[in-house]
Design a protein around this ligand. Structure first.
Ligand code: BGC
Length: 868
């Protein structure tokens, strides 16, 4: 056995088969039924006229580091065939194949030439200027063959490095697509539109087309995407997914629509004028009509939900709801609970999601009482004037419902007076360019919580009242790190990992013995020297596990400090599927993959002079689809699938989950993120982390901290927002994940906030993450954020500086990944001279603090492995 854990057996493994099965069970819960006039479920299999760019070229997940190199993939056509349907439009599908192939070849040649012209690499151009979706093949009369059902599949792909486009072919359907859909919907009695997408589409034009009998949001479900659709069509699966975003009537309705990313031509600066009004917080507060509200999704059956009772234990409220299946199909329902806060002196959103539960499968006539618990403190708002999280006095109204627009008030929690529950220090001044949207909303029907008095509601039907007192809250006053102290040790022997694991020394003793140079090496990943190749095909620079994204330094191997190995996510484990070594098990270059940038395997190696290894991982559903299950057990299960594979291949940290907020539907990486809502994002990240971390010594890396909401010019965009919006919307999910699941690692983002790279932000990383939330894990940068890499940014006129290595050290961004020699040099110089380098100075104590986290993380990993 060599140094790699990958297998040399080329056969499909039992784990792969199991992984697919388990992933399919999760995927079945992720499908959202958007429209259905009763056509679904179909009575039986039969003939299908299948069209659309996603029919045969089905998308399993997005592109870039979020794409998983799985062994096999079932597209929709194959899925239908395997289920017993007969696809009768092979001619159209084959003509579209040719069109797609030609478009792709043309694009590929264009990329090759452009890369040459720009003197850059293929994958960089492909990432910055991805292909456009092909227009559909036109319809001939002969394509309109008789069939019992017609299905049109719209596919849309996106990925890191560029945002989606608001125009046709992306957010809007091509006119050709609309025309074909209209024609087919007019011809066939049963016409079903299937969305194989990773983010929101314009639905207004589609909804105007007559004859569409059902719309299924299939999403992108990994290897088995095509297997899931027939199960839904036939009713073996009753759709129970719910939207985790608001689908607006038109793109322009999103509050950030006119300024987002490239839309206003300014990719350097993004001003968050909508403040906290993101997603349903905006649409529901300002009563903007929507196509599909947040939380929406249909089922083949009907449910009735009835409020049962509420209770309070400390600060934890529990609302019980009885759900009854009053229809004719077995299925699952999601109970959503929203809370609205009294206004007090600051503007508030109409309501926010505070909890949710999915029922088990309920047969017709069955009922189940579910309990939704949450902390009343989650209703606090951040007051910028007093730098505190505040609960205002008055009535907190909680409602239950099936989506954010269909809720019923059930509980009033009345707080006697205002209480500041968490006292922070002022970290950011409001930027003078920022003027934020504010509301003077009045709650619609019934009671206005601002003015509601207990007497008005006591004794009302099926509404409960709970009184709470400001004096019952524990008030937290945070203490903030100012200057770090240098570590010292009395131990004279050379401290090793083994000694730490045996309790003979502490990680701090080891770190205290290190020279500045050794410390600097630890604070930077195991980088390849420039002369040994580039800084790494993005996210492909691990030495320990081929195709993993990176490793920590092995400079202290003599002390037992091995490299920590990290691989992407979030839709599974991204590894190089096939690689070769020589007979001494030394890796042979070749076979590296990043989307369609593939280095060929060196064919001078065969079985006589090399070994071939296989690392096929399960492509699980994309994060957006996972979140749309609204099922925390399913998300935990996704973590278990990945955790198992990390163990098999020897990966320590998964570079996922991604959990940025869907601020705008055009963000190129929305498919990798969960929702417009921080609670869902936080819960999903927490549950997938729990799944992964139940494997001893395996950890997640929640990313990208924070506000990585734009992909165009992602390395340099400066986000200007209020501290309140930052904390309540963009940090809240991270806070939940950190507090509920203690992920072993966290990745800062490329972007700037308030003129500062997040990886250089002492306020964000040290003050909020570490001081306020008590985060003890490893903080790493996103890949190459400190590298001056103009070839990557050729599209943009950049005005902001890159992230500074010395700034990372100062901020408490413990590790720069994957790092370059220059990072090490800059850090050493900054510490040894005391000078500011790229505007940041740092001390030996700052550097020790970073190195300490790297060592402590390894210690934690190894300790957990030893735990029985
Ligand atoms: C992405 C990260 C990813 C890293 C390593 C970066 O380009 O932004 O999300 O984890 O590469 O592949």
């Amino acid at each position: 056995m060599g140094k790699y854990l990958a297998t040399r057996n080329p056969e499909v493994s039992g784990r792969e088969i199991e992984g697919r099965k388990r992933s399919k069970e999760i995927a079945k819960e992720a499908v959202v039924l958007l429209e259905n006039d009763g056509v679904l479920p179909l009575k039986a299999v039969g003939t299908v006229a299948l069209f659309g760019n996603g029919a045969r070229h089905t998308i399993k997940g997005g592109t870039g580091s979020g794409s998983v190199n799985s062994r096999s993939f079932v597209n929709i056509e194959q899925g239908l065939n395997d289920a017993g349907f007969q696809v009768v439009t092979k001619d159209w599908l084959s003509r579209f194949d040719i069109k797609k192939k030609n478009d792709y070849e043309e694009y590929r040649n264009w990329v090759i030439n452009r890369a040459k012209e720009l003197n850059t690499e293929y994958h960089i151009v492909a990432m910055c200027e991805g292909p456009r979706e092909s227009t559909p093949e036109s319809l001939k009369e002969s394509d309109l063959v008789d069939a019992e059902t017609c299905i049109y599949v719209v596919g849309r792909n996106s990925g890191e490095g560029r945002d989606r486009n608001e125009g046709r072919g992306d957010y809007m359907l091509y006119e050709e697509e609309l025309e074909i859909i209209e024609k087919l919907a007019g011809k066939y009695d049963k016409f079903i539109l299937v969305l194989n997408i990773g983010g929101i589409l314009d639905m207004s034009e589609i909804k105007n087309i007559k004859g569409i009998n059902a719309i299924v949001l299939l999403g992108q479900l990994g290897n088995i995407t095509g297997e899931v659709l027939p199960e839904v069509l036939l009713g073996n699966v009753n759709p129970s997914g719910r939207l985790t975003d608001t689908w607006a009537c038109k793109y322009e309705d999103y509050p950030s629509s006119s300024t987002f990313s490239h839309v206003n031509g300014n990719i350097n600066e993004e001003i968050y004028t909508e403040g906290i009004y993101v997603g349903y917080r905006y649409f529901d507060t300002f009563r903007i009509p929507v196509i599909y509200p947040f939380g929406y999704g249909l089922s083949y059956t009907k449910f009735e939900s009835e409020y049962v009772e509420s209770s309070i234990d400390g600060n934890i409220l529990t609302i019980s709801v009885k759900v009854k299946n009053v229809g004719e199909f077995a299925g699952k329902e999601v109970v959503e609970v929203y809370g609205k806060a009294p206004k007090g002196k600051i503007d508030k959103e109409a309501h926010r999601l505070v909890g949710y539960v999915k029922t088990s499968v309920l047969k017709p006539g069955d009922e189940e009482t579910v309990k939704v618990s949450f902390d009343i403190k989650d209703m606090a708002s951040f007051c910028e004037n007093c730098s505190a999280y505040v609960l205002h006095g008055g009535a907190y109204v909680f409602s239950i419902g099936a989506n954010s627009r269909d809720v019923k008030d059930v509980l009033f929690v009345v707080l006697d007076e205002k209480v500041k529950i968490r006292l922070c220090k002022k970290l950011w001044e409001k930027d003078p360019v920022l003027s934020e949207l504010s509301s003077s909303y009045k709650l619609a029907e019934g009671l206005d919580s601002d003015n509601t008095k207990v007497e008005d509601i006591e004794g009302s039907d099926n509404v409960d009242v709970i009184n709470i007192k400001a004096s019952d809250f524990n008030v937290i006053t945070y203490e903030y790190t100012e200057e770090r102290k240098e570590l010292i040790t009395d131990i004279k022997d050379k401290v090793t990992l083994d000694m730490i694991l045996k309790g003979e020394a502490k990680a701090s003793d080891l770190v205290a013995q290190l020279s500045v140079k050794e410390l600097a090496f630890l604070a930077v990943g195991k980088h390849k020297k420039v002369e040994d190749g580039d800084a790494g095909l993005v996210g492909n620079s691990s030495v320990g596990v081929p195709g993993a994204a990176g490793d920590t330094s092995d400079h202290l191997a003599d002390r037992g400090i091995r490299s920590i190995i990290m691989a992407d996510g979030p839709a599974g484990l991204r590894l190089q599927p096939i690689f070769k070594t020589d007979l001494d098990n030394n890796y042979i270059k070749g076979g590296e993959m990043f989307d369609d940038a593939i280095t060929p395997l060196d064919d001078s190696y065969d079985d006589s002079n090399s070994y071939t290894y296989y690392q096929y991982a399960t492509a699980i559903p994309i994060a957006w689809s996972l979140a749309q299950t609204w099922n925390t057990d399913a998300i935990n299960e996704a973590g278990l699938i990945v955790g198992n594979e990390m163990e098999e291949f020897g990966v320590d940290l998964w570079l996922a989950p991604g959990m940025n907020i869907h601020r705008n539907p055009l963000c190129g990486r929305n498919f990798e993120y969960y929702s417009e809502d921080p609670l869902i994002s936080g819960k999903c990240a927490a549950f997938i982390t729990k799944g992964i971390q139940s494997y001893k010594g395996k950890g997640t890396t929640i990313k990208h901290f924070a506000a990585n909401n734009q992909e165009d010019n992602r390395f340099f965009v400066n986000n200007i927002m209020s501290e309140r919006a930052l904390r309540e919307i963009y940090l809240r999910g991270f806070e939940i994940a950190v507090k509920e699941a203690a992920p072993l690692a966290l990745m800062t983002s490329y972007n700037l906030i308030a003129g500062e790279h997040t990886s250089n932000s002492f306020r964000l990383v040290q003050n909020i993450l570490k001081d306020e939330w008590g985060y003890k894990g490893l903080v790493m940068s996103d890949w190459c954020t400190t590298v001056d890499y103009p070839e990557q940014y050729y599209l943009y006129d950049i005005i902001n500086p890159k992230s500074a290595p010395s700034g990372c050290v100062k901020a408490g961004n413990d590790l720069i990944m994957p790092g370059v020699e220059r990072d090490v040099e800059d850090i050493i110089k900054a510490v040894e001279t005391g000078e500011a380098i790229e505007n940041f100075s740092c001390t030996k104590a700052d550097l020790q603090a970073c190195a300490l986290r790297v060592v402590e993380t390894l210690v934690e990993i190894e300790k957990r492995k030893l735990d029985k």
